[in-house]
Design a protein around this ligand. Structure first.
Ligand SMILES: *Cc1c(COP(=O)(O)O)cnc(C)c1O
Length: 387
């Protein structure tokens, strides 16, 4: 496995990864992203937009984008204009949508970089139209409508005004309106019916205003459980990064991230000695192994508890974390195993090899797998492995 240190987390300390001196590193399998994209592509009747927001779920957006495109995705999606511009700077030319237009969003730069935007209010659409006029280019837009999430979509009361404005801007050649879309808040087919009806109302209204639009709604979960949501496009994020949309019925998606570190020290302690801040953990006679990774790196403090702790792999065996997780370091209870400084520790790997999985982490710390990935901190180097 030749690891190439290249793209890092957006906030990564480049000195750390460039010198290979990071206390821990995540190997990102582009082959796994590619395979997961093909798997999801097979499952869905519609083209795939690969969602590589938040720096490609923390694993590197450009490498994730390239791998997903190689696996059959035909478009890309991100949250912010800045994320989209970064992909363009990396030389990625595929159709690219950025859907979050906060007040200070660099709309002009995004339009200039041929990034498709999702205005969700007349004011946002006006800013996009003004940017197109100022640049003398056609801005592509795809309007997000509210259908039950009550997050960012345009509320129904504004649809008519928005579509009329979009039609006027389209007639004047300043924008091309590509689609109307929504984001689903539900998890089951029963919860998708009403939002899909609302979306089809919006599409009808847009078409009546003279717009030729496509529509899309599904993210990974909806795409996996309800073909009615496939429409003209599916927007897939988590599944491409190996998160099973339906854990009870796995699709066999491949783990993408492998997070490793090394034991920096070991020490033997006597029964009754405490470990870590707050003296919350009392050891039996045991050996402790120190690792240079803490909560600032994404090991949640919830991973170590009185009752039960997350286990990590050392030398093919699993051992629990012990004591409070510190900001920069954690301690593993290795019992009487012959663990020594320098031994490789797998924090996150392949469950098929008995290593800790994303699902295990998320249930141990009470969150979802996506948050475990995006919580991996800037000190952790990201390296890329291919096939
Ligand atoms: C994150 C996101 C997606 C992808 O969702 P997954 O559950 O990660 O597949 C799709 N659409 C929008 C608007 C999103 O914010």
């Amino acid at each position: 496995m030749a690891a190439v240190l290249s793209e890092t987390h957006p906030a990564a300390l480049s000195t750390a990864s460039a010198t290979g001196s990071s206390p821990s590193s995540v190997a990102v399998s582009t082959a796994a992203i590619q395979a997961n994209t093909s798997r999801m592509r097979e499952l869905c009747a519609s083209p795939v937009m690969a969602v590589v927001k938040a720096g490609g779920f923390g694993l590197g957006s450009a490498r994730a984008a390239r791998a997903a495109l190689a696996g059959g995705a035909t478009e890309l999606g991100v949250a912010t204009c800045a994320e989209a511009i970064e992909l363009r700077r990396a030389g990625i030319e595929a159709p690219l949508l950025a859907w979050m237009l906060h007040d200070d969003a660099p709309i002009g730069a995004a339009v200039a970089a041929h990034v498709r935007l999702s205005p969700t209010s007349p004011a946002q659409l006006r800013r996009v139209v003004e940017a197109a006029a100022a640049l003398g280019v056609v801005a592509e837009v795809e309007i997000e409508v509210e259908t039950g999430m009550n997050r960012s979509g345009a509320p129904r009361a504004e649809w008519q005004q928005l579509f009329d404005m979009a039609a006027a801007a389209s007639a004047s050649g300043l924008v091309r309106v590509v689609g109307v879309w929504t984001h689903l808040s539900g998890t089951s087919p029963a919860q998708f019916s009403v939002p899909l009806t609302h979306l089809s109302d919006a599409v009808e209204l847009a078409r009546a205003a003279g717009l030729r639009v496509r529509s899309h709604a599904a993210a990974s979960r909806a795409a996996a459980v309800d073909p009615r949501t496939h429409l003209d496009l599916v927007r897939l994020g988590a599944s491409l990064f190996g998160v099973e949309p339906v854990p009870e019925r796995p699709l066999g998606l491949a783990p993408v991230a492998r997070w490793e570190t090394r034991v920096s020290q070991t020490r033997d302690v006597l029964p009754g000695e405490s470990v870590g801040y707050g003296q919350t953990a009392i050891a039996s006679a045991t050996r402790l192994a120190l690792i240079p990774v803490g909560y600032a790196d994404g090991i949640s403090r919830r991973a170590s508890g009185d009752e039960q702790s997350m286990t990590v792999a050392v030398g093919g065996r699993r051992f629990p974390l012990i004591g409070a997780i510190s900001m920069d370091q954690s301690v593993i209870d290795v019992g009487d195993a012959p663990v020594t400084a320098g031994d490789r520790v797998v924090l996150l790997g392949d469950p098929a090899r008995g290593e800790p999985s994303l699902a295990e982490w998320s249930s141990a710390v009470g969150t979802i797998p996506q948050e475990v990935l995006t919580a991996i901190g800037p000190r952790v180097a990201r390296t890329e492995v291919g096939a």
